[in-house]
Design a protein around this ligand. Structure first.
Ligand code: DAU
Length: 351
């Protein structure tokens, strides 16, 4: 298979390319990525070495209108779209960027896929489009109504609707995956787990939003990639597939578990102001992909967390580098004004 992956220098996209090249020795991957703050600068080189001759990197934006003409002459079998702005907190401060990339970018890519011969288009989405669950609600199935709360979630829901509309209107072979919270190596340390691990390694405080009792449904990133691959290979066009390891847990319990695993004190935990419109609970029902495509997660939360913590321990240079630049700039400029309403403890996070 010769595939075009967009956003392949980001956390999940880079894991997917690595998985794909390793598991399909005949495959070819073109990685199109604009290289935003969250991209791994060394990823194009790393994947080139891994795949020698089967991997090509192109630095471009998914919203670039010239992509349509470019893709026409190439023989891709499928496009898998990972490119997105993904951090909820950033979307609260700067929703325009999210609409540009996550909505306009996807609209452009759908046209690219049509121009390239109406090829299979797998759009990687999120459980956040379903909105927040109540404690006794059953986990979400693919057909429930969308109810996004953050600008990020609304931008992803918009893209999902455009993709489904293209499937119906243009008979386009579009498939959508919706996954839960990913974790693993190479995740940018602005998301809860890498931020927690990196802060703990430096004995800095861990900011817990609100009461910390929000529930997220955790999955190891490689299991997510295996799910996307199953959908790419065997999924039915026009369908949505939830991907979940049924790993619901309260933030505070996850934080304590990781601190414990790392031999760090729970006194690092610092309660701070809450994220506006903070979704209380996510939970996904993934029976459809399990039954139809035979996918199931392989990595337990315990095992995945251990691998992740070990990776951050061994790769201090990587996370110190990425967080030394963009992270600090962003957090120092915005964090306090964002949620903390003057909580003096928040200052310690960045000190
Ligand atoms: O559910 C899938 C989604 O998971 C993806 O679509 C998003 O791209 C991804 O960012 C993630 O969204 P969340 O908002 O759930 O992830 P985040 O790591 O930002 O936060 C996880 C939970 O931890 C959430 O309830 C907010 C809380 N939190 C987060 C941070 C960064 C804290 O309490 N403190 C923090 O410092």
């Amino acid at each position: 298979m010769n595939i075009l992956v967009t956003g392949g220098c980001g956390f999940i996209g880079s894991h997917f390319i690595e998985y794909f090249l390793k598991n399909y020795p005949e495959s070819k991957v073109t990685n199109l990525d604009v290289l935003t703050y969250a991209a791994h600068p060394d990823m194009p080189k790393h994947l080139e070495i891994l795949a020698s001759g089967r991997y090509l990197f192109i630095q471009k934006d998914i919203s670039d209108p010239s992509l349509k003409a470019w893709a026409k002459n190439l023989k891709f079998d499928a496009i898998i779209n990972f490119a997105a702005e993904t951090h909820v907190d950033r979307s609260i401060l700067d929703p325009d960027t999210f609409v540009r990339t996550n909505v306009m970018g996807v609209q452009n890519l759908l046209a690219v896929a049509r121009e390239a011969g109406n090829i299979r288009f797998v759009h990687v989405s999120t459980d956040e489009v379903y909105g927040s669950l109540k404690p006794n609600d059953p986990p979400c199935i693919e057909t429930i109504a969308l109810d996004p709360n953050s600008p990020y979630a609304a931008s992803k829901a918009s893209a999902d609707l455009l993709a489904l509309a293209s499937a119906r209107t243009y008979k386009q072979p579009v498939l959508i995956t919706r996954c839960t919270n990913n974790y693993g190596p190479y995740q940018f340390p602005e998301k809860l787990l890498p931020l927690l691990i990196a802060n703990a390694l430096e004995d800095k405080t861990i900011p817990v939003y609100g009461d910390g009792k929000q529930v997220r449904d955790w999955i190891y990133v490689v299991d997510h990639c295996r799910g996307i691959d199953a959908v790419l290979q065997k999924g039915r066009s026009g369908e949505i597939y939830n991907i979940s390891a049924s790993g619901e847990a309260q933030n505070i319990d996850v934080i304590k578990k990781v601190l414990n695993m790392m031999g760090k004190s729970e006194s690092l935990i610092t309660y701070v102001g809450d994220r506006p419109a903070h979704d209380r609970r996510y939970g996904l029902d993934s029976s459809k992909i399990r039954k139809e495509l035979g996918w199931e997660p392989k990595t337990s939360f315990e095992e995945g967390l251990r691998t992740t913590v070990d990776w951050y321990l061994k790769n201090t240079e990587w996370w110190k580098k990425v967080r030394g630049t963009e992270y600090l700039k962003y957090y120092q400029a915005n964090y306090e004004k964002k949620f903390s309403s003057g909580n003096p403890k928040i200052k310690e996070v960045n000190s």
